[in-house]
Design a protein around this ligand. Sequence first.
Ligand SMILES: Nc1ncnc2c1ncn2[C@@H]1O[C@H](COP(=O)(O)OP(=O)(O)OP(=O)(O)O)[C@@H](O)[C@H]1O
Ligand SMILES: Cc1ncc(COP(=O)(O)O)c(N)n1
Length: 515
Amino acid sequence: MSAIPRVLSIAGTDPTGGAGLQADLKSIGALGGYGMGVVTALVAQNTCGVRSVHVPPAAFLAEQLDAVSDDVTIDAVKLGMLHSVPLIEVVAGWLARVRSSAPAAPVVVLDPVMVATSGDRLLDEKAEVAVRRLCAQVDLVTPNLPELAVLVDEAPARTWPDAIGQARRLARASGTTVLLKGGHLTGEGACPDAIVTTDSVHEVLGRRVLTTNTHGTGCSLSSAMATLAARGLDWPAALDRAKEWLTGALEHGAALDVGHGHGPVDHFHELRPRMTATGSWTAARWHANAAVREAVDACAFVVTLGDGTLDRDQFHWYLAQDAYYLGEYSRLLARASTLAPTREEQVFWARGAATALEEEAALHRSHVGDASVEASPTTLAYVGHLHAASGEYAELVAALLPCYWLYADVGERLRALDHDRHAFHDWLGTYGDPAFVQAASEATTIVERAAHHAPSAVCARMVKAFDRSMAHELAFFEAPLAGRRAPEVQPSTSVSDRRTSAASSSSPIPWAASH
Ligand SMILES: Nc1ncnc2c1ncn2[C@@H]1O[C@H](COP(=O)(O)OP(=O)(O)OP(=O)(O)O)[C@@H](O)[C@H]1O
Ligand SMILES: Cc1ncc(COP(=O)(O)O)c(N)n1
């Protein structure tokens, strides 16, 4: 199976993009798959209803299906609107062939689409028996309450326990797993779904979103399930994830402002923060600071650290400043943790604060010694800027980000220059710690999210905070070799004694050498 699962939707169309094939492709992409689409029926519909349906010949459906499977390994298939018996027969025959001939059979999810939210029929009544038969050929079937009733040939369930009983009967009759959807139940609070087999029920209560943007939720859920299963999740785990994603998509649907009826959900709500017109907020800042980044790469300190000709005294002066900086940076990370809007972000910054302190201690142990460090004007200016930005979460995290990001970026190039006999081998070897690279990426995601939610005035302050930190980073890198300066740390040991390996200290020193 490919790391990016290749997921085929076989479905009807919705030109307004909220349901059918269009919703499937968005859902597959949003959950990390590569979406492909075979059209069963062209539907002239919008958020208010279906106007007409055009069904190409069944032979053309067969040609589309073969065109895909002759060329592409398919990891998962989602079946949506199948319209009528001839189309169902083509799909059933093709599925049987693909499942027997492919090296690894694709996982198959059937959304037994019968009637649209608008009340319009999307399945020929005469085809209901054929859909029932098809259930036995798939791995998961995802009926809503009215569809479940048709599939078990009973009256629609009116309570959740009754619906679970019906789902169990369908599981038994078809020998497959059922994803029972509770969207059609009335009542506030929960909006339950469940994975039901003959002998187990995994319920996900979910929260009911008060919205009219519910067009295409069934299509989206079934495509999400197919994609997540192809990514290796079992059905209960896939439902836990899909439900969380879909609930968020329902919550963000109204902001799309699409149509006058039952509008669509926002499939890409989790990715929006990274999708500003300029690419993303953080990418835009990174780009805007290209000159500063080039100046960091070109500054004498970074160049001589890289080629090994850096003066040891200047290196140690720099490290002492870095130790001072980390002690203060830790306090600001702890402040970000205090202001964080979510538990996840609170934990992230708190961990960062602890790590920065541990690294300050390691730096003292390995390179600075016991002497107290007097901060240089450059260091004080940088720390002062961070404190000034600490009144508001979004501004503070924007100010904190350059330290993470530049370290990961400059460190990558410095590490590439390292070799066994490099004068700063013990130091350059500390770069590229995967845990730090991951933390830098998480910090970027958090700042991106903060920028996405920030009102424009706050966003403007974030821009200033980030850009100023970038300028301070450059000044910090330039400071060790900038003109004459009085020694600000009185070493307690000789320079040669202080050539203790950073790598030999208990922890790597992520932020050190980043400023
Ligand atoms: N208002 C809501 N709040 C939260 N979740 C909802 C809401 N409406 C539907 N869902 C969820 O959306 C998914 C689809 O459920 P539903 O029972 O509406 O299926 P459906 O009728 O096939 O969908 P469709 O609207 O595409 O026809 C389920 O996970 C359901 O729990
Ligand atoms: C092509 C197609 N497939 C499925 C649906 C069901 O979606 P909904 O019930 O939300 O209208 C639809 N409207 N159109």
